[in-house]
Design a protein around this ligand. Structure first.
Ligand code: ACO
Length: 320
């Protein structure tokens, strides 16, 4: 049997770190206390106006390749999870592939918003397990600052920019133990960017819109369910998972999920305080933080989880 295992991780944040107080100084009618008590967010990083998702993703990819000790030329599959691509096309994956120089490798984007990274990892696992591909680069890269309405204080304080990446490779040992992906498009109205470009004009609304309380309730329910589903498939009780690395939207959603799994917060990786919600980049950014500071050790079990617009949700349970 061929399994897929993680060979390396990497991440990149743009240098402009913006605290809640900095947002106030930039003219947003908010305060640190409101943002921190409701979301746990203290700061986020924002990309400079000329910096794109592919540039953030490229840097994260280079770091993941270096950590894995694998050359870009060995990568035969490149998947980018993003909802803020540089262009309508070519895909962000093709732009990164061109910069890395590994011509000929399969490359495409996946659009599942904040669940994009677990979607992309699950797809890469299936390619590797089928035997068609041997080494995959899976990247989550976002510049959500571009689709925020900076006049809507209920949403613009929640998000940040960044990128994370993993290298996955074929292995005789698992690796990824279980995956589960779901979507329910009937909830598309509670979180969306409902505009598009038609005939050179933006039609509809080009900014992110959200019903925060509806999203909160939905996220808590489905994250607990999908964690249980993955654990059952791998025959591992949820409270035996060594590390939970959830999507970083809101500390209260994360705490509620951990509680439902029977995990203490010491076993949950959280970066939301410093990164805000970076959508498809949040899971690999958090994973990289916990691998590089030595918390996540080889042989331990790790549950990655995402939930986002669509609605989409999913989980990947792996042995690091
Ligand atoms: N600063 C100060 N006051 C604010 C701000 C702000 N940034 N934003 C809103 N307010 C005010 C509102 O105007 C409102 O005032 P009013 O009562 O005078 O009208 C008051 O705060 C309460 O607003 P609510 O929207 O009801 O606040 P709520 O307690 O629901 O918190 C929040 C909003 C933080 C968005 C919460 O609903 C939440 O965390 N939801 C989860 C959504 C989420 O995490 N989404 C991320 C994207 S989805 C994903 O990644 C899965």
């Amino acid at each position: 049997t061929i399994y897929a295992r993680l060979a390396g991780v990497g991440s990149y944040l743009p240098p402009d770190r913006v605290t809640n107080d900095d947002l106030v100084a930039r003219g947003i009618d908010t305060n640190d206390e409101w943002i921190a008590t409701r979301t746990g967010i203290r700061a986020r990083h924002l990309a400079a106006p000329d910096v794109t998702s592919s540039q953030l993703g490229l840097e994260a990819a280079r770091r993941a390749l270096e950590h894995a000790g694998i050359g870009a030329d060995e990568i035969d599959l490149l998947i980018v999870a993003t909802s803020t691509p540089d262009f309508i096309f070519p895909s962000t994956a093709c732009l990164i592939q061109s910069a890395l120089g590994n011509k000929g490798a399969t490359a495409f984007d996946v659009q599942a918003v904040c669940s994009g990274f677990v979607y992309a990892m699950t797809i890469a696992e299936k390619f590797i397990r089928s035997g068609s591909h041997k080494k995959a680069l899976v990247i989550g890269a976002e510049t959500f600052s571009r689709i925020l309405d900076w006049k809507d204080r209920g949403t613009c304080v929640l998000f940040g920019d960044g990128a994370g990446a993993v290298v996955m490779e074929a292995s005789a040992q698992p690796g990824i133990l279980a995956t589960a992906l779901h979507a329910d498009g009937s909830h598309s109205d509670i979180l969306n960017v409902p505009g598009q470009v038609v005939g050179g004009q933006v039609t509809g609304d080009p900014f992110l819109r959200m019903d925060g309380q509806a999203v909160f309730k939905f996220a808590v329910r489905v994250l607990a369910e999908v964690a249980r589903e993955c654990c059952e498939a791998a025959q591992l009780p949820p409270d035996q998972v060594d590390w939970l690395v959830p999507h970083q939207a809101n500390i209260r959603i994360i705490e509620a999920t951990a509680k439902k799994m029977g995990l203490s917060m010491e076993r949950v990786v959280t970066t939301v305080a410093q990164h805000g919600n970076t959508s498809a980049a949040s899971v690999p950014l958090a994973l990289d933080a916990a691998v590089k500071d030595g918390r996540i050790q080889r042989g331990q079990t790790v549950m990655l989880e995402g939930v986002g617009g669509g609605f989409t949700w999913g989980a990947v349970l792996l042995r690091y």
